[in-house]
Design a binder for this molecule. Structure first.
Ligand code: AKB
Length: 310
């Protein structure tokens, strides 16, 4: 796995090790991962832009599948477009080429709801709606999807992908995304009983609790190749809510909690994205459904972050 120290990687590597054996999952990242990942199985320090180092790890460990998760998220990408483009695109090319050259069995690469833009239908956005992303991150994800499909059609690379909504988890903090308010709110509610949100109160976005995202990802990777009909990326829906609705749920866990709103540059990004997603194509192809609603997610998040912060 490339990107094992990030928000998705930290949870995914632990679940993969649990299901397939710790020694069979090689975690890698440029940053040191959390203790559980570092000590629970093999870990290699790796730069996602260094093709020869990645090839060496693939050969040394006889890697057959790669989860390539390294990316610069939407908020941070706007601050340094050239760097975000380089990391998001070149690291994908490296993995696609290695998969083609070394005949790897399967690749997972995450796309995002950020592939959609201002011209997209906002509610229940279908799998194949109009796509005009206007963020660096969204443009890189849409271009990446096209390259994934290209490598599948031209070189038979077995690449699989989902368009993640905003992901909510407690093991590692999110970093640099537009949906990150839905993680930060829990830390601030536990530490300070208050949170200043960088999106306005009625900005609804598609979100998902991490356990559901991990389950969808592994289900996709374990499905027979002939059933995977979408080789760009599947819409993945989860739950949809705005900051005010989430704050109401947090208040049920902590009645003293107060939220204020001070939208910044991420407001425009959020407004360009769908408010809810139609993932009926994925549901039909994979027979998969999420388990967490907003209340169940809030309960686990609040409890676990309280435990984590002592
Ligand atoms: C972000 O906010 O940039 C990400 C995403 C929706 O892909 N969480």
């Amino acid at each position: 796995m490339i990107g094992a120290s990030g928000q998705i990687g930290s949870d995914l590597v632990l679940e993969l090790r649990k299901r397939f054996g710790a020694d069979n999952i090689i975690a890698s990242d440029i940053r040191e991962p959390m203790k559980e990942v570092l000590e629970g199985g093999p870990y290699v320090e790796l730069n996602a832009l260094n093709k020869s180092d990645i090839e060496k790890v693939v050969d040394d460990y006889k890697i057959t599948e790669v989860y390539h998760l390294a990316a610069i998220l939407s908020g941070n990408a706007e601050k340094n477009p050239a760097k975000a483009w380089e990391i998001n695109m070149n690291s994908l090319f490296i993995i696609l080429d290695i998969a083609k050259e070394k005949n790897l069995d399967k690749i997972f690469w995450p796309s995002s709801i950020a592939v959609f833009g201002p011209g997209t239908k906002k509610q229940n956005t279908p799998q194949n709606d109009f796509m005009d992303p206007n963020t660096v991150y969204g443009i890189s994800k849409l271009a990446g999807e096209r390259w994934c499909e290209y490598y599948h059609q031209k070189y038979d690379v077995d690449i699989r992908s989902v368009r993640y909504p905003g992901l909510i988890s407690y093991k590692t903090e999110a970093g640099g995304g537009t949906t990150d308010y839905a993680v930060e709110i829990f830390y601030e509610a536990v530490k300070n009983n208050k949170y200043e949100c960088f999106l306005s109160e009625e900005t609804a976005l598609p979100m998902m609790y991490m356990d559901d995202a991990i389950d969808a990802t592994i289900t996709l990777m374990e499905t027979d190749a002939d059933k995977i009909k979408v080789r760009s990326s599947y819409n993945l829906a989860g739950i949809s809510f705005n900051p005010m609705q989430l704050a109401e749920e947090v208040k049920k866990q902590n009645p003293d909690f107060e939220i204020t709103y001070n939208p910044d540059f991420r407001q425009a990004i959020a407004e360009s994205w769908p408010q809810s997603i139609d993932d009926s194509v994925l549901v039909e192809h994979l027979a998969w459904k999420p388990k967490y609603n907003i209340s169940a997610m809030t309960e686990v998040m609040y409890r676990e972050i309280k435990k984590k912060l002592g």
